[in-house]
Ligand binder design. Sequence first.
Ligand code: PEP
Ligand code: MG
Length: 363
Amino acid sequence: QPELSGDFGILMGWADSIRQMEVRANADTPTDCRTARDFGAEGVGLCRTEHMFFEGERIVAVREMIMADNERERRAALAKILPMQRQDFIEIFEIMDGLPVTIRLLDPPLHEFLPHGEAELAEFAEASNMPLDIVRSRAGKLNENNPMLGHRGCRLGISYPEIYEMQVRAIFEAAAHVSKELDKSVEPEVMIPLIAVKREIEILKELVDRVAQEVMDAEKTEIKYLVGTMIELPRAALRASEIAEEAEFFSFGTNDLTQTTYGLSRDDAGSFLGTYEHRGIIEQDPFISLDDEGVGELVSIATERGQAQRPDIKLGICGEHGGDPSSIHFCQKVGLDYVSCSPYRVPIARLAAAQAALTAKRQ
Ligand code: PEP
Ligand code: MG
């Protein structure tokens, strides 16, 4: 750990002895995981699996899956992706070596996966052996005007359960491999994105438990795991009590929670927020620093309601705010168990968590 040696290492050691919150990293690839560990992350708080789907040849299989006309076609495409996805998780579990790893099931704004423009459509038609006019018409049908508010997250898992089944199978087969062949402990945390309604998590938790059991029976092994949810929609925060009947952990997705609470696009907001700050309408960009009054109130409400339903519920944050010092102070105040941020922000988060613990002690 060259970056964290010497005086800096000593300072970080002090911070670690004081802080109460765990610091994890958002890491999607084995490389991210190595960086995260080098910077002292104590686990992965968010592995965004959709990012694994863009690489190399995978995107062709992924597009075949998304544009499949029926379940048989979709399963054929998924069968091509399963071994690659399993290998992703094997490497991640191996590097994280028994530390908690939260894997989020697919949460794609669908448009990011679709081929765009004539050249990409034609390229995909050739790679997949599909006639170009069929490719064009299927891509057209999947197009949404507001993809970030559309058919993404758990909604996709409900419409096409075979996608989540493939991912859960890959997670548990990887976990079985790492624990049996490499003799390392693994405790996956399977996270369902964009839950708004209890029934969504009920249906998908059943799916996770069923597939996990199938793999454990086939592999003749037991794997400890948790199933939980992102809290990233205001409705989920308000209905946290009933959602906690199913969810064993909550992870606050404050990027989407800020977007949906303000009704403000996380992708376009930059254009006028400067003026808003200048005129004193807002104190700071709520996508950078958690708005602890509005968005934060939803986080507090969900925390209280979730804990009242399930006292040992694990609580964390994995939106960008998890690496922002003032937001980390807020997380300490509401009593979260961990923050998760990009690997390079982990040292700052460790320091901020220590400062937050000291502030709390003084009060
Ligand atoms: C979030 O919404 O805060 C989150 C962590 O998920 P994503 O940024 O992938 O939507
Ligand atoms: Mg989100």
